[in-house]
Write a protein that binds this ligand. Structure first.
Ligand code: G3P
Ligand code: CA
Length: 248
């Protein structure tokens, strides 16, 4: 049995989250199998990679992404907790910059459509168009806490892999629900995930990618339960453990 390792917002335990340096280090330093990232739309309709709806926490700016142009966002420093990496690779990346880079690798990308608090009209169509432009259809999984974004994505392309994200309370019939919708993955929070929920998914043919697996106890549990992939801030630690166990 093997398990896939995804860098959560890139290699965010050691590099500024959701930046090109974080993404490149996930692949080139931690040798992870994939990357998880978050997308939003700017005022001038450009797809950008950032976690929050506002720039305040992770940059030196203030305000909503939706109220700023790409040029305005590009002026900001997103080195956040790791100022030693300040520079061009620690700015807010466009989704296109990311796709261009990742298309040169074999990595899988979990694209979280961040439509929880702000709904960006047509973000699903724009993201799919970009994925197709770089021929990444077989190397992506779209996910969202806002399941309407997943419905819209599946309406655009039945074959594009998608995952249903759940916060810590999870869902009792997640596997059955995903199966009925034609969705391939369930993305639960490790904090409250149970063996019963995992088994219910597996029974329904649904694979699990679990977040955010940052400690050994959680990682061992995921291995024991037959989880498909883990999303972690420390892809180096997860890869080292899985390699030692012959699980990747
Ligand atoms: O996609 C898994 C995880 O990233 C969801 O939570 O808040 O880190 O985007 P969050
Ligand atoms: Ca995310």
């Amino acid at each position: 049995m093997t398990m896939l390792t995804y860098g959560h917002r890139g290699f965010s335990g050691c590099y500024p989250e959701n930046t090109m340096i974080s993404f490149k280090k996930t692949i080139e330093e931690a040798c992870a199998d994939g990357i998880e990232l978050d997308i939003h739309l700017t005022k001038d309709d450009e797809l950008v990679v950032i976690h929050d709806e506002k720039v305040d926490r992770t940059t030196d700016g203030t305000g909503f992404v939706k109220d700023k142009t790409l040029a305005e966002l590009k002026m900001l420093d997103a080195s956040y907790k790791f100022p030693q990496y300040k520079g061009d690779e620690a700015k807010i990346p466009t989704f296109e910059e990311y796709c261009q880079y990742i298309s040169t690798t074999d990595a899988v990308t979990n694209i979280e459509i961040k439509t929880n608090l702000v709904y960006y009209r047509d973000i699903e169509e724009k993201a799919l168009k970009m994925v197709r432009k770089y021929n990444l259809q077989d190397k992506v999984i779209f996910s969202s806490f806002n399941h309407s974004s997943i419905h819209f994505m599946k309406d655009l392309d039945r074959d594009i892999p998608c995952g249903l994200l759940y916060p810590d309370w999870g869902m009792v019939n997640a596997g059955y629900y995903a199966h009925k919708l034609g969705v391939e993955f369930y993305h639960p929070d490790i904090k409250t995930l149970t063996k019963e929920a995992v088994d219910e998914c597996i029974m329904n043919g649904i694979s699990l990618n679990v977040w955010t697996v940052n400690d050994m106890e959680s990682l061992k549990k995921c291995v024991e339960w037959g989880i498909t992939g883990v999303i972690t801030n420390y892809p180096d630690m997860v890869k080292d453990y899985l390699s030692a166990k012959g699980l990747n």
